[in-house]
Design a protein around this ligand. Sequence first.
Ligand code: GDP
Length: 534
Amino acid sequence: MLDAPSNRPALPPEISRRRTFAIISHPDAGKTTLTEKFLLYGGAIQMAGQVRAKGEARRTRSDFMKMEQDRGISVSASAMSFDYREFRFNLVDTPGHSDFSEDTYRTLTAVDAAVMVIDGAKGVESQTRKLFEVCRLRDLPILTFCNKMDRESRDTFEIIDEIQEMLAIHVTPASWPIGVGREFLGCYDMLRNRLELMDRADRNKVAESIKIEGLDDPKLAKHVPQDLREKLIEEVEMAKELLPALDPQAVLEGHMTPIWFGSAINSFGVKELMDGIATYGPEPQIQAAEPRQIAPEEPTVAGFVFKVQANMDPKHRDRVAFVRLASGHFQRGMKLTHVRSKKPITVSSPVLFLAADRELAEEAWAGDIIGIPNHGQLRIGDTLTEGEALKVTGIPSFAPELLKNCRAGDPMKAKHLDKALMQFAEEGAAKVFKPMVGSGFIVGVVGALQFEVLASRIELEYGLPVRFEPSQFTSARWVHGEKTAVESFVQKNKQHMATDNDGDVVYMTRLQWDIDRVVRDHPELTLSATKEMQ
Ligand code: GDP
């Protein structure tokens, strides 16, 4: 196989064997099934079906809430590590529900590549497209898996055209399907010039495919009926003529995506996709940071928090901070500097998520994801180093699209609400704004379902019933500018002003017209819908 392209010095073997990626897809395309098969091939689980509980829990709202409450499931499924061949794969889960797009965005800052799963009958769907756009913002390499080829699917050229057109990316076939639906027999591996035929006998087994070398192998006639054979030869010729050949550099830069066809449920095409991740993955990449970027091969450890999750036990306020290691060789017990507070943290019980289990991480390398239990010191966007004052950049916070007033159901307990909301804000589950005039809080989220999840968690974790009520505002914008200019603006617009959970100044309104007016009348200020996490 080709070596992954690189214009950088060779990485230490422990780092270069790491592949850290996420799966993006529209619900139902087969992400859970594919994850299960990855783990199966990775030898991490004995039987498929273990990831299923989570996939199904997502289907209904009440189950979703239950899953959120049952933190154990979602914590361990947030990152999964397993070995495949000589590689260590770190699969980071993207939240499936479209309401959690901000969380998803931040998750994608922690990976070096994404696998885009599409349903062969449905092609590019709305959620695929949104997630793809997020990957594009970061020029992430994308590998595509066209799933459910065992069902009636669209014509192969049509699927490829649709991806090229809707997503404006070059598509190169890594494999070519032979027949579809009931007639689906397997794929011709365009990269290795051989046939892999599907064994439908046992779905939960690591499938053994029948290997045929080349399209002129006499064995082809034995396994593939004449009509399909002729169609395959003709299509592969056309594909070679009409579609771009695989250019590993273009894949690395995010301009081209190789596509594999298969059927996750039949374990078919999964191994080829995994080989593809191993080859084009790519290895851990340089991380943007200030005042300088961080290279994975640097000997000292640096990492950043991209996700914080409340722990399994609601009685303890433990959280797990998910840290992507950007460089170095981490060892348990290490003392790292928490750059924001400049305080040292001894990381004595880091967690590695090996498939369904959690294990103490004795060591980890650049590219790995470790969980660090803490009591709230670690926040999204925080950088940990061995002492250097580096700040990882590119982890934004988005202006919420929905705002509501939050009130304690029991006025006697109102002061606890403050604390509860701040903790959720730190977890990244909501934005909390304190208006400069009047009392109470305005809570902002990206998707409506988050209000329900929040209310249920505040009640469960703090014993505090809350109500969310309509707010007079619908938009929030961070105000940036010279300190005096911001202060003078605040004085004149007090009714519209609030501070967010970091104390930053926010302008709130219900009219886009107001925002346009401020932009026009105050060239000395910038109103922005995103801000870098502190
Ligand atoms: P997710 O929502 O993307 O995680 O999708 P799931 O993995 O839960 O799959 C959605 C549905 O499609 C489930 O009923 C799966 O059994 C089914 N499915 C997944 N992969 C395949 C496949 O290759 N062929 C067929 N026919 N069904 C599949």
